[in-house]
Design a protein around this ligand. Sequence first.
Ligand SMILES: [Zn+2]
Length: 232
Amino acid sequence: MPITIPPGCPEESLRPSASQGELCGAIPAVDGGCLAHLSPDQLQAHLADLAPGADIDAHGVVFTADLLQRLLRATADRSLEFGNADFSEATFTERVSFSGATFTKDASFDHTTFLKGVSFSDTTFTEPAVFIRAGFSESTDFTGARFTADVDFAGAAFTDGADFSCAAFSGGALFSGVRVEGRMRLMACAVQELVWSGARISGELEVEAAAARVDLSGVRASERVDLRLRGA
Ligand SMILES: [Zn+2]
């Protein structure tokens, strides 16, 4: 049976980097319009219909901090637990926070752009988390984050560093092919498998971790890299 993919939101793109006339293309929420393009009434009605624990499907949506907060409030119960969360190719135009949340199913931030910083401090991911080719700018905070399955940052760009101090990775922490500018810290981390193959570090990288397996093949660094690794 052929799979039909619904057409994306036909409104004009809200991405700051969009060219003139570029269409939004985000996953539609109501009547073809994406979350960011609904009228205030449509948005309110749509969010009221979402039950706590409902899957989040926000592929390609351009979020302000307020829109994200409203979506998170509508889909989380009091414990800040989320089901499947798809933020792939979404853009966050303001600083946003997922601090203290628990993603209980798959979390996709594949090709997601954080333009003004993001906090995942003390956030828990209980299933695989994907940040492939995500773009992180300004303050990126993963301090105390817990990943109980693999997390994949392959090809991601951290243009102003990131702090993963006290993060715990029960599976693989895959940073292969990432680009780091600024200061990246993974201090006091516990990790099963740490992969930095092919990473390009033009800022500073500080890692102090207990790791069962480490792969640093082909890393290129132009500034200070400080690695203190011990077996897990
Ligand atoms: Zn749209």
